[in-house]
Design a protein around this ligand. Structure first.
Ligand SMILES: Cc1cc2nc3c(=O)[nH]c(=O)nc-3n(C[C@H](O)[C@H](O)[C@H](O)COP(=O)(O)OP(=O)(O)OC[C@H]3O[C@@H](n4cnc5c(N)ncnc54)[C@H](O)[C@@H]3O)c2cc1C
Length: 458
């Protein structure tokens, strides 16, 4: 019988998972996946496809799952999405494809993301398309979801693609930001390997803007460049005490823990200092990841300080639920104004003010307003600031002909991804500001098509 309700996905119990970095969600079994796939009513005009920024052929791949054709289901997804195991784990489906599912009007939408993950994880034979080479070279800056997607698509069009990545591993936020327990590194590795199998050459430890400028690339045989260099510059609160020992930006904290494996300190060289009480400031996915990593590193109390309420939190609903299950303590309507240190310059406490919500601001969310004389302190030995990221200027700082806006994000034609410099395209967080994996991938896809049109005409 076809279930009215979504099939639950097994997860590690909270009391167990806070002691390890293994994946929290364990994925569907074959029977669970088939039962969930059978809930899809195969709409003639599927709205879910419109809701996906890369237009995955959702009903078609779901039908293949019902027929137990798992390899073919994965192949169908990969027609428009080269990173399905990643998207199946971290995409905010609840506001995209699943938000458009007709079953969601009166009941529960199909778990499209979980089925995507299942298809990708259960692919046994990868199909690599046969590619006719064009003998033209394209450079891609950054190996995050935008760069990897653009590179994969350009390779499928027949270009020789070199990706220049600043860090020692490809993946961007997928490896340095999102923790192992949400997105295992081996999954990212596997999908990066698929991009390599399409013929893409990923060159790590190349900081564009320092080792080569964009002009250098264009003068040295690359006929076009895609910039997918992300928004990796952490924002700070600019309050007294932010330079004390024990205060981290979430970027630094998560990079140490995840990419540089400080959770295995001893086996790996990167240390991370964690105290019994940790305060994480912010309410987005990054803050949830920082809270949950701190818990796993042994902190007894992890406070999440957020200046609005739970309703306005930008983090995915699922991440907030998981954090609550893991006993992260949320303090809403709280804003830090000063961080205090002890005689050794180490963080000891944070002074905060209580907030209330006023009228909606430009973001549509109600503006937090300080309640006068509401100051109080919270003891904390580690403070992690997770209040957003900005554009990193390095790639374009010597490149005046690539126009940026007042925040440093690259200006592009939205339909094509073209920047103000002929032959140079951009997409992902470096254009939109911090957004999502799938939006970055969508931008990579659009730019790859535009680069192909540009080079075909050229
Ligand atoms: C902790 C965290 C958790 C998140 N969780 C989610 C989630 O659950 N779901 C979701 O959809 N989104 C999530 N996001 C947002 C999402 O990861 C980003 O929107 C997405 O990764 C943007 O992709 P991108 O390719 O534009 O940039 P990035 O992923 O930032 O990749 C940019 C790459 O460019 C490289 N680079 C930068 N400058 C240079 C240079 N000068 N030369 C060479 N290389 C350079 C960087 O090292 C990096 O590898 C999260 C973000 C963070 C920080």
């Amino acid at each position: 019988m076809i279930s009215k309700h979504r099939i639950e996905m097994p997860t590690q119990p909270a009391e167990l998972r806070i002691k390890n970095f293994d994946e929290v969600e364990l994925g569907f079994t074959e029977e669970q996946a088939i039962a969930e796939a059978q809930r899809c009513i195969q709409c003639k005009k599927p709205k879910c496809v419109e809701g996906c920024p890369v237009n995955v052929k959702i009903p078609e791949f779901i039908k293949l799952i019902t027929e137990r054709k798992f390899d073919e289901a994965a192949k169908k997804i990969k027609e428009t999405n080269s990173l399905p195991a990643i998207c199946g784990r971290v995409c905010p489906q609840e506001t995209q494809c699943e938000a458009k599912c007709v079953l969601g009007i009166k009941g529960e939408p199909v778990s499209i993301g979980r089925l995507e993950r299942f298809a990708a994880d259960n692919e046994t034979t990868e199909t690599i398309p046969i590619i006719r080479k064009k003998n033209k070279k394209v450079a891609v800056v950054g190996a995050g979801p935008a760069g990897l997607t653009a590179a994969g698509e350009l390779a499928k069009f027949g270009y020789d693609v070199d990706v220049f990545e600043a860090l020692h591993e490809p993946g961007g936020v997928l490896v340095y930001g999102i923790p192992e327990f949400r997105l295992p590194k081996k999954i990212v590795q596997k999908e990066c390997d698929y991009i390599r199998k399409l013929g893409v050459n990923i060159k790590c430890n190349y900081v564009i803007g320092k080792i080569f400028t964009i002009d250098d690339l264009l003068k040295n045989g690359y006929e076009a460049v895609f910039m997918g260099n992300g928004a990796g510059l952490p924002n700070f609160l600019n309050i007294p005490g932010e330079n004390l020992v024990g205060v981290y930006s979430a970027n630094e904290f998560l990079t140490r823990v995840n990419l540089m494996k400080s959770y295995l300190f001893g086996k790996y060289d990167t240390p991370v200092a964690i105290s019994d009480t940790v305060a994480v400031i912010g309410g987005g996915n990054v803050a949830m990841d920082a809270c949950r990593c701190a818990k796993r590193l042994g902190a007894k109390n992890v406070y999440c300080l957020y200046r609005r309420t739970r309703k306005e939190m930008p983090a995915r609903a699922e991440e907030i639920k998981h954090a609550e299950e893991e006993k992260i303590e949320f303090r809403f309507l709280v804003n830090p104004i000063k961080i205090y240190g002890d005689e050794n310059g180490r963080v000891s406490k944070i002074e905060c003010v209580q907030m209330e919500l006023g009228e909606p601001d430009a973001s549509g969310r109600r503006r937090p307003i300080v309640i006068p004389n509401s100051n109080f302190t919270i003891d904390a030995g580690t403070v992690i600031i997770a209040i957003g990221q900005s554009a990193n200027p390095i790639a374009v700082e010597n490149q005046r002909d690539i126009k940026t806006n007042k925040w440093g994000y690259i200006e592009v034609n939205e339909q094509t991804g073209a920047t103000s410099k002929p032959g140079v395209y951009a997409g992902g967080d470096i254009v939109t500001g911090a957004a999502t994996v799938i939006l970055a991938m969508g931008a990579g896809l659009i730019a790859a098509k535009s680069i192909d049109e540009y080079l075909t005409k050229k």
